[in-house]
Design a protein around this ligand. Structure first.
Ligand code: HEC
Length: 115
């Protein structure tokens, strides 16, 4: 129960941070994921790679570039990155996860973020 509450609060803060600082640079750990040399992480190396959330991550987050390991960003950095990706998915006409799937992907990167 406490854990759930803490996660809820974390996600709440994140969503606010993500919406208000949507274009904040995350240069500290940003990588050139669009480079043809970018390898990223293999699907079976993802944390809990068989979980439902990891499967969503594989489906939706590899439509334009290879998979980025969730521990490439801290939780607060992910808030900005993931909001930017949502805008890109819309802008480039790729498949947008539904709201529930989006929440699962967000929770997945937060839980597996760089500590
Ligand atoms: C519509 C295409 C598209 C989809 C789908 C997409 N991305 Fe990206 N992503 C990009 C582009 C283009 C860049 C490079 C420019 C930039 O960083 O804004 C990028 C860069 C990134 C970066 C590196 C930049 C940084 O700040 O570290 C990460 C991490 C990332 N994407 C994660 C994700 C995740 C997680 C998802 C799934 C929710 C996702 N992407 C889905 C297009 C996409």
């Amino acid at each position: 129960m406490r854990r759930k509450l803490r996660l809820g609060v974390t996600i709440g803060i994140w969503m606010i941070a993500g919406y208000t600082h949507a274009e904040v640079s995350t240069a500290r750990t940003a990588e050139d994921v669009m480079s043809p040399d970018y390898v990223g992480i293999l699907a079976n190396q993802l944390p809990d790679h068989d979980s439902a959330a990891a499967v969503l991550y594989k489906i939706y987050c590899a439509q334009c570039h290879r998979l980025v390991a969730p521990n490439k960003h801290t939780a607060s950095e992910w808030a900005a990155v993931i909001t930017r990706m949502r805008n890109k998915i819309k802008g480039l006409g790729k498949t947008l996860p539904n709201d529930e799937e989006w929440d699962d992907i967000t929770r997945y990167v937060i839980e597996n973020a760089q500590k």
